[in-house]
Design a protein around this ligand. Sequence first.
Ligand code: ATP
Length: 355
Amino acid sequence: MARINLEHIRHAYGLRLSNPNDYALKEVHHEWNDGGAYALLGPSGCGKTTLLNIISGLVQPSEGRILFDGKDVTHLSTQERNIAQVFQFPVIYDTMTVYDNLAFPLRNRRIPEPEVDRRVREIIEMIGLSDWAKKKARGLTADQKQKISLGRGLVRSDVSAILFDEPLTVIDPHMKWVLRSQLKLIHKQFGFTMVYVTHDQTEALTFADKVVVMYDGQIVQIGTPAELFERPSHTFVGYFIGSPGMNVMPATVTGAMASVGDQSIALSGAPKLAGQSKIELGIRPEFVRLGREGMPVTISKVEDIGRQKIVRAQLGAQPIAIVLREDGEIPADARVTFDPAGINIYADSWRVSNS
Ligand code: ATP
């Protein structure tokens, strides 16, 4: 397995462009640990697949270098990079048995047959296809075929990294849960470097130990699920992670006090602002307390989603979302307070420290 260094990667499809906004990837510069499980998460068109294809060698970046364990692989093919890939749709041999499909990548590398047998049995068990080992792939369901694809990605132990591009799209919802947690177990057991592209936050948060959030051709944050939730480094991360996303409110700041409209809010410390003009307060709906104290709000909508209620309200001209426990009450004369520990401050969309 390999440590992956992405050095000043930029990519424009077709001609190199003079306008930086026309780059599919604008500037990606990061080191990903050997044995890490990374999920690339972001909305459609933000550059996830482009970055994955640059790592695999399917796309040559317009600028920058890729290193595996310190070795420059920018101009090497996928095979030379020793990468395993699992795509959105099954890539298997229909006329071979399930067993032979899994054995193929190993036999191709002239691995001794007893070792092939040991690996194939181990993986076939993990993906839940032991009973189908001798069946031809042709007769299997779409779910089962995609499991074979996953198995083919996981069967080799000598790869630099395994790349997954939305591999669970064709799998039914229940089986998605099962396979996602199985992938996590496999990662723990074998310590593969895994990179997993998805636009589904639940999928990213359950699979990865580090989630790489992409937005508009850039990586805006790499963090654990808890870090993304508690300290979103960019307002986009706040909106995108969580349901509903973070409340973002235009504000002015004086020392350790912030004003939203005509309301004053105490912060946990004075933010370090370097003359930025656009200040915003970010607070997750889970950190807004609804009761009889604090700032008056007008409730516009209550959505009961089982274990909790999502309350939509107006704080002056500012719409806010509040998450209430299922048994939480909504007083007639509702007011809100913000938990200072849950307030993040943003200048020009990026988080600034307030300690
Ligand atoms: P999705 O989740 O929809 O697959 P993504 O985050 O993977 O999106 P990319 O497919 O990497 O995003 O696309 C990034 C940008 O590059 C988009 O604006 C897309 O239109 C553009 N793009 C992708 N592939 C090509 C291509 N082969 N030629 C020209 N432009 C492309």
